[in-house]
Ligand binder design. Structure first.
Ligand code: GLA
Length: 384
């Protein structure tokens, strides 16, 4: 069904109108977790799981949203759109439309078909892909184009302000701005970025623990609050530290005793993760894959022990990968508490690695995982 021609026919059969078709990818984060909302560094790559949107204009003033994944159609009046989320998949496209309307854009009626293969609730940013593809489709319909970073910020606002998930900018940014065969080091302070090629002998092996994760759930905002509380303690001594991006490990040595123990641990993760992420990009640019892998290993330990953002299954998936042939580095990726691990693996060993990891994980946990051999793909764009 990823075939755009099949997707087009589906839209035409349902809405009797020719659609413009857009695609936006999910992402995997190689390193830099829970640093984006602290204005720090992240290094994700867009992947070849994506969401498609087909859009065509309507003359009846309605916005009709159809999801092929859910087999559901919902209809709204363009002039009287909901102002609040309703815990439904339509929150994401409606949130984007609400933010665009808030920017002063006149939103006409349209039919929007959606289909995606980004696994839901797996830490691979299915929601960001849905937001970004909707934004591209609607903007194109009204003849407006924004630079990728602006598009990403609008989509992040849809998730923060409409959907109600307090996420950072990483997911929307990489979905809008990813580059084929590259990871992207993003400075979440000013949205400047650097592309680092992923060598062709390296595969991105994504291992789904099958434990669902949710950014809207309680753990993500709790961790965010705990790390921000640590920052407030540092800022009370050193006002030049509005975000943990500006803090150092020395700050924690000096004032850590004034923090709640959990806050100190969260901050130690965020501050050290920023250092690791910048170092990992430098290593990737030099082609030093052993160093990238070492930093990923350290990042996982920090995420699991200091940030307490992992879970038994994700720790098992990382541990079980360690001595498999071809492994360069493994860690839990994304918002945490489940979802997927990212394994950088020698391409020549990737198929055997995936098979052996799946067998080991099923044997240890009783859960059959999904393991995907992915490639870094380009960012969101129009298909036809
Ligand atoms: C989720 C959020 C991102 C980021 C990661 C953790 O994916 O959407 O903004 O905070 O978690 O790194």
């Amino acid at each position: 069904m990823h075939d755009p021609a099949v997707f087009r026919s589906m839209h035409v059969a349902r809405f009797h109108a020719e659609p413009a078709i857009f695609v936006a990818p999910g992402r995997v984060n190689l390193i830099g977790e829970h640093t984006d909302y602290a204005e720090g560094f992240v290094m994700p790559a867009a992947i070849d799981f994506a969401t498609l949107a087909g859009i065509s204009p309507r003359t009846d003033g309605k916005i009709v949203l159809y999801s092929e994944n859910y087999g559901q159609e919902r209809s709204f009046e363009a002039a009287a759109l909901p102002t609040k989320a309703s815990q439904h998949w339509t929150d994401y496209p409606l949130g984007v439309v609400a933010i665009l309307a808030g920017e002063g854009l006149a939103i006409p009626g349209f039919s929007l078909s959606l289909w995606g293969d980004v696994p839901l609730g797996s830490g691979l940013s299915s929601s960001a892909a849905l937001e970004v593809v909707t934004a591209l489709a609607v903007l194109s319909l009204i003849g407006v184009s924004y630079p990728g970073p602006v598009l990403a910020r609008l989509c992040q606002r849809a998730e923060n302000e409409f959907v109600g998930a307090n996420c950072g900018i990483m997911d929307q940014f990489i979905s809008a701005n990813g580059a084929k065969d590259h990871a992207l080091l993003l400075d979440c302070r000013d949205l400047s970025f650097k592309l680092a090629p992923i060598p062709s002998h390296v595969a991105l092996v994504i291992a789904n623990t099958m434990v669902k994760h949710s950014v809207a759930g309680g753990d993500y905002p709790t961790r965010r609050r705990e790390s921000e509380a640590a920052c407030a303690v540092i800022a009370s001594h050193r006002p030049g530290v509005p975000f943990l991006r500006d803090a150092t490990l020395e700050d924690l040595e000096k004032w850590g005793h004034e923090m709640a123990p959990k806050s100190l641990m969260r901050a130690r993760h965020v501050i050290s993760e920023n250092l690791r992420t910048v170092a990992a990009c430098e290593a990737l640019l030099k082609g030093d894959m052993a160093e990238v892998g070492r930093l990923m290993g350290e990042a996982h330990t920090s995420y699991s022990q200091d940030f307490e953002g992992s879970c038994v299954e994700a720790d098992a998936m990382v541990a079980l990968a360690q001595d498999l042939p071809g492994l360069i580095g493994a860690r839990l990726t994304g918002g945490g508490f489940g979802g997927c691990t990212i394994n950088l693996v020698e391409q020549s060993e990737a198929a055997g690695f995936a098979e052996a990891l799946a067998a080991r994980y099923a044997n240890q946990t009783g859960i059959v995982p999904q393991i995907h051999i992915c490639h870094a793909s380009g960012g969101a764009h129009r298909l036809q």
